[in-house]
Every structure is written in C-alpha cells, then in structure tokens.
Design a protein around this ligand. Structure first.
Ligand SMILES: [Zn+2]
Length: 400
C-alpha cells in the first residue's frame, strides 16, 4: 500500500478501537471521562496525546470486568501472563481472532525475510514442542524443535541432521551455540535466513551470528503485551512497523522516546496508549525494499536498561558489554550490573578449570567507557530474571 493509504487504514482502525473501548470497557470509560474527552474529540493522530497514558501498574489492580470489554466477558478468552521487571505478572485476555492475526503476522514476517512454506523452521523453543497441524502432513511450514534443555552438542547435531532452512529464535540461543561451535571448532550447517525475536539483537550478537552462519539475521520487535510491533526486512534499514496491528507513538512526541502503543486488534482487552517500557526511535527514511510502512531506526531496549557513563551520557545497556568480555572462552555466563554510584559490577560464572583474564576485561571496559569503575565478582550461578529472556545488563538507576 502507498503510505497515505496505510496511514488512513491504521487511523480508521484506531478510531474504531477508541470508540469500542470507551463504550464497552469500564476502565476506559472512566479514563476518558476523567480527562473530559470523548472518542469523537480524537480527530487526528495529533489528538492522541489527549488520552492519558496507561501503564502495567495501572492495570494490575483492576478486576477482569473493569478491563475486559463487556461484549467479551462471557466469551472464551486465552489468558496470557506477562512478567515484568517488577516480577509481578499481569494477565492479558486474548480472543481467538487476535491470536490468529498474531500468527498470520508472524508468518508475514517470515515471508518478508525470504521464508518459503516448503522450508523447515528451526524453532528454538524453551519448553513446549510445536503441536502437529494438518499442513505439516503436506510437508508445509514444518517445525524442527530445538530445545533449550538439550545439550549444545545435541542441538548442533539435530540442526546438522534436519538442516532447517530458516531459524526462528531468541538471539541468545544462537549466541550460545555459536560460542560452543567456535570453541570446539565445529562447522555449523548454514540456514537460508534467520529471524530473531523476543530479545534485543545487540551489535555483538549480530556479528557473531553472521560470522558463524554466514547469514545476516533480522530482528523482530515484540513483547508479551504486543506479539507483533515491528520487524526488520533483509535490507536491514530499520524496523517496519506493523501498522495494521498497532499505532506507535513516543511519550514525548519526538523521534526518540518511550514507546506508547495502541493495540488495534484485541477487542476483548484493548490496550490504548500503553507505555510498554521500551525506548524507540523513529526514522523518516523509507526502506530500500519499497514497503511504505512507518520505520523505526532503533529499538534501544528497556527504558530502565540504560547504561550511564561517568559524564552522565546515557547509552543502551548492550554497550556496557565489551568485546573481551563477550568473547571470553573462560566465561560461562555473565551479567553486568550498574550500581547507584554508576560503578559496574561484572558477575561471572567461570568455566571449570579455566582462568579469567580479569585485568584485560576490566581494562577493556574502562577504555571503552570513560574510565568507569569496574569490579569483577565470581558467582556459581546467575539466577534467571523474571522472564526467560537473557539480560546481559541490569541497573539500579531508574529513569522516567
Ligand atoms: Zn524494508
């Protein structure tokens, strides 16, 4: 679609969602009434800022009947639990039609990244095997489950045996395999395309994955609240926003800021101007692939994932990780934590019988980051954070 048509399509869906939410969801009726606005007052995109922002915290205390549309209260809804940095899960109610659209959009992202239906997908799951569907019998859209619980060698062997043409995975799973293969001098079987999701694909990850599989991976931006937000195409010129599913804004109205998202598909539990907690940056440059969607230049990560340099400059948490630390063979697992006084503490789980070049790692981090104070602490285990997602960087500093 042309840009203008896409925008009109998105705006019509937005208006319909605002009216639906105001008329049938008590939380939004109250929110609009308190702000002394009606859906009809929101005439253009520029009026959206009149609607107060909703956060996960606002929704946690609500009863189901306050946040679920009265038209859907007695329908069968899927319950998706989202964990958060606070560790307090909140429940999202999803009707079947929304789940179906989410699946279809995921497939659209695959296809946008060269996927063909006859290809096998290496699906790097954590726990759940993919259920067999009718089209699998026709040898279409087949999934090869690569389980996290299996050893890295078993995972590599399975990939070599089944040879999936497409990988759909969190980047951390490939990073683990790539490091293991490098250490054991294993030549990895090469897929045609790789689509990473769930976690931020850091520049280090991208390079390691590209060096290991000779494929430049694409990254999909999504969350538990919004299973599809935006996705890279093979041109890697930024993220194409899923304009038929979400309306995306920044809190400050500028190109870069905290992401505010309005869901355009879930009518059971509408999320309107929801602050997801990520920092995004829009781009005015159209993508060279010819798709005319709104573009994101960058998804900089969680708002409270920022790494603050001694000078006060804020950068994405991923940049607190330097090459020496990331690539060190003796490091089994690591996490960098920034304390309130801005000093860094690097927690490292050592590999058995290996020596960590601690001085070199500290020197590398200091050189890259304005001579910041760094110390290394060895631990036996790094307990997982509330989500299954990898987090290289955590911080005690908080930002709005
Ligand atoms: Zn593109």
């Amino acid at each position: 679609m042309k840009k203008e048509r896409l925008e009109a399509f998105q705006w019509n869906k937005t208006k319909a969602m605002l009216e639906h939410a105001y008329a049938t969801v008590p939380y939004y009726t109250k929110l609009f009434d308190q702000a002394k606005i009606k859906p009809q007052d929101i005439k253009t995109r520029a009026d959206m800022h009149k609607i107060p922002i909703t956060t996960k915290k606002d929704l946690l205390s609500l009863k189901k009947e306050d946040i679920v549309s009265s038209l859907y209260l007695h329908k069968q809804l899927e319950v998706v639990s989202t964990s958060g940095t606070t560790g307090v899960p909140f429940k999202k109610y999803v009707p079947l039609e929304t789940t179906n659209i989410a699946h279809a959009t995921k497939l659209r992202k695959f296809v946008m990244n060269s996927y063909k239906l006859t290809w096998k997908i290496g699906s790097f799951t954590h726990f759940y095997p993919t259920k067999k569907k009718w089209f699998h019998s026709l040898r279409l859209h087949r999934m090869i489950n690569i389980f996290a619980k299996d050893s890295l060698q078993q995972q590599i062997d399975l990939l070599a045996k089944k040879n999936p043409e497409f990988f759909s995975t969190m980047p951390s799973r490939l990073v683990e395999l790539a490091k293991y293969a490098r250490e054991h001098q294993i030549v990895l079987t090469r897929p045609q395309a790789i689509l990473c999701d769930s976690e931020t694909l850091t520049p280090h990850d991208r390079k390691l994955i590209e060096d290991s599989w000779h494929v430049n991976p694409s990254s999909s931006y999504e969350s538990r609240e919004f299973p599809n937000i935006a996705c890279e195409c093979p041109a890697h010129k930024g993220f194409h926003v899923d304009m038929d599913l979400v309306l995306l804004e920044t809190k400050n109205g500028k190109l870069k800021g905290s992401a505010i998202i309005t869901d355009l598909t879930n009518k059971a539990m509408p999320l309107i101007r929801y602050e997801i907690g990520d920092v995004i940056e829009f781009s005015h440059n159209p993508c060279s692939c010819g798709r005319n969607t709104q573009m994101l230049k960058e998804v900089a990560g969680r708002t409270n994932d920022f790494f603050v340099l001694p000078s006060g400059k804020k950068i994405a948490g991923a940049y607190a990780i330097t090459k020496k630390l990331y690539e060190c063979h003796a490091v089994q697992q690591f996490r960098v934590h920034q304390h309130k006084d801005k000093s860094l503490e690097v927690f490292i789980v050592k590999k058995e019988g290996e020596t960590i070049p601690a001085k070199e790692i500290i020197k590398d981090i200091k050189t890259e980051n304005e001579n910041i104070a760094v110390k290394i602490t060895y631990v036996d285990d790094l307990p997982p954070l509330p989500s299954v997602k990898r987090q290289y960087f955590t911080t005690d500093l908080r930002f709005d």
